[in-house]
Write a protein that binds this ligand. Structure first.
Ligand SMILES: Cc1cc2nc3c(=O)[nH]c(=O)nc-3n(C[C@H](O)[C@H](O)[C@H](O)COP(=O)(O)OP(=O)(O)OC[C@H]3O[C@@H](n4cnc5c(N)ncnc54)[C@H](O)[C@@H]3O)c2cc1C
Length: 532
């Protein structure tokens, strides 16, 4: 967004980020992801006790660094399904149907393999395929087909279903975050200022118009920075509603309950929180078939050398290189709209809180993609430094629970297919003894985790609960828009980085008041069916 807006020398852009710069080499090494859910560059959030998960409090990693989640995520590039966007448009997000957003996905990408009706090259964001997949990843693809899923070379193309290699936001064995793709090339522009370690604590509203932000740089005194044109809130699906609430924009009752005077009542702020919940099976390998062994010092050193010298090996891996999309619900299958996603993790204990086996292991995550449960983001206090109350309200709807457990059953079945026999000794988690729904739900209570895809808390639409209109302007307030995962009316049936980048691509045009799509992109978009 900052990159596009500052193309016009008459626009002065101030980009404010609470976290630091992305100097640490870990951000740039694809496998650096393994450290990212363990506290590097994160806000340190956790959920409130989850009523439908045995009151468990879940760690809730959200990025605090230039580039946000794109600087710490697992680099999976997945757009979701045409039906997701057609659903947005049908619910009031006029202009956001699949046919209308596809050109923006294409404008963003520099796809290293595909150039067709769905893909393009030459954009800022590098989208590539894993450099050197391990033999166990290839075996997983065969196992998926033995289970009954077709091989799919492009989840972001004509169809989403099947097993395949993920496309990843990696260029030349380095992470391609939004900071490296869009910001780094234009950092020298005199009209662009990037202020890091600067925490925005409030948006200042005067006479129905957002006119300034209040912020503290490096924990210093509060400053007020006035906006000449617009304020664009891009603090993410937790950070954006949090900031609005701190500014007195939100449900009046809640604001009063924490001692904040409402300045603009908008009941939808912080409502409609959606996320994907991950369940997983972990199996022990018969040999050193994954990257678990690289935790030992001498192998870490070797992996580092391999990366520095040849740009290959474990450090060049995103650790979740293959996966798939399939169906738990018959209705999803009938609509060709997958509702289960798999990620094959090349090890055990890759993410915080996930069990690490003694010997080499492999993890198969499964997530139900279209939860019916809705949660909230609320304030615990008017103090901007106090952690927000994050309640994804997982499994509040029993349908989510049964679909999640069905997804876990499917993951276990895939791991049992003959193609994986040479690699896998036995399932260790949940373990062969857990078979019925009660045992699997109990296992899920203890082990499930967020897939890190919070969305929807400042929903786009035209009804009373919508927070922004389809031009992403906050309803009823002038001078301010929101542009991040919080505006999604419904969570996409996939990871959320590519959809968020698409939102920013389109938002840049909305803000600048012009469509700058190459004519060829528009031409190619037209024949695509909304069913993908
Ligand atoms: C650990 C992890 C793994 C993930 N893996 C994948 C994946 O493999 N593929 C995928 O597609 N998606 C993945 N995601 C999700 C994806 O990264 C997010 O959907 C995406 O980054 C959301 O972008 P956003 O702009 O909405 O918010 P964010 O990326 O969260 O950016 C918000 C930014 O605003 C800053 N901020 C917040 N509040 C303030 C404030 N008050 N003042 C100043 N700055 C503030 C934050 O520090 C942050 O940098 C992952 C996310 C995480 C956390």
């Amino acid at each position: 967004m900052a990159g596009y807006l500052s193309e016009d020398p008459t626009i002065r852009v101030l980009l404010v980020e609470a976290g630091g710069r992305d100097h640490n080499p870990l951000f740039h090494m694809p496998a650096g992801f393994a450290k990212m859910t363990k506290g590097v560059a994160a806000w340190g959030f956790s959920t409130v006790p989850q009523r439908h998960l045995g009151s468990r409090v879940l760690r809730y990693t959200q990025a605090k660094v230039l580039g946000g989640g794109s600087s710490i995520n697992a680099q999976v590039y997945a757009r979701g399904n045409a039906c997701d966007y057609d659903g947005w448009a049908a619910d009031g997000a006029t202009g956001w149907s699949y046919k209308e957003v596809l050109p923006y996905f294409k404008r963003a990408e520099d796809n290293q393999r595909f150039v067709d009706a769905y893909h393009a090259r030459g954009g800022p964001l590098s989208v590539s395929v894993p450099i050197n997949p391990l033999p166990i990843s290839e075996a997983f693809l065969r196992a998926g087909q033995e289970y009954g899923m077709p091989y799919n070379p492009d989840f972001n193309g004509a169809r989403q279903e099947g097993v395949g290699h993920y496309q990843v936001t990696v260029r030349g064995a380095r992470r391609c975050s939004t900071a490296t793709a869009y910001l780094k090339p234009v950092r020298g522009r005199p009209n662009l200022t990037v202020s890091t370690s600067a925490h925005v604590t409030r948006i200042v509203v005067e006479n129905g118009r957002a006119v300034a932000v209040e912020m503290a740089r490096h924990r210093g005194p509060l400053e007020i920075i006035r906006a000449e044109r617009e304020i664009i809130v891009t603090s993410g699906a937790i950070g954006s509603p949090r900031l609005l609430l701190l500014s007195g924009v939100g449900p009046a009752d809640h604001l009063k309950s924490v001692g904040i005077t409402p300045v603009h009542e908008l009941p939808g702020v912080g409502e409609n929180l959606q996320d994907h919940l991950d369940l997983y099976a972990i199996a022990e390998c018969k040999g050193d078939f994954t990257y678990d062994g690289y935790a030992r010092l001498h192998r870490t050193v070797w992996a580092g050398l391999q990366y520095l010298l040849f740009k290959s090996g474990p450090v060049a891996s995103t650790l979740f290189e293959t996966g798939g999309f399939w169906y738990a619900d018959k209705a999803a299958k009938a609509a060709h709209w997958p509702d289960i996603q798999f990620h094959l993790g090349l090890g055990s204990g890759i993410e915080a809180g996930v069990e690490k086996l003694e010997n080499a292991g492999v993890t198969l995550n499964s997530a139900f993609l279209r939860p019916r449960s809705r949660g909230t983001v609320r304030l615990a206090s008017a103090d901007p430094l106090v952690m927000p109350l994050i309640d994804p309200n997982y499994w509040a709807d029993p349908h989510d629970r049964s679909m999640s457990i069905e997804g876990l059953r499917m993951a276990r079945e895939v791991l049992r297919q003959p193609a994986l026999e040479p690699f896998i000794m036995a399932e260790r988690m949940p373990g062969p003894a857990s078979t019925n729904d009660v045992e699997l739900a109990d296992y899920a209570f203890r082990t499930c985790k967020t897939d890190h895809h919070p969305s929807g808390t400042c929903r786009m639409g035209t009804d009373d609960m919508a927070v922004v209109d389809p031009q992403l302007r906050i309803r009823g307030l002038e001078g301010v828009r929101i542009c991040d995962a919080s505006v999604m009316p419904r969570i996409t049936s996939s990871n959320t980085n590519a959809p968020t980048i698409m939102i920013a691509e389109k938002a840049a045009d909305l803000i600048l008041g012009k469509t700058r799509l190459p004519a060829a992109t528009l031409r190619q978009a037209s024949p695509v069916s909304s069913q993908q």
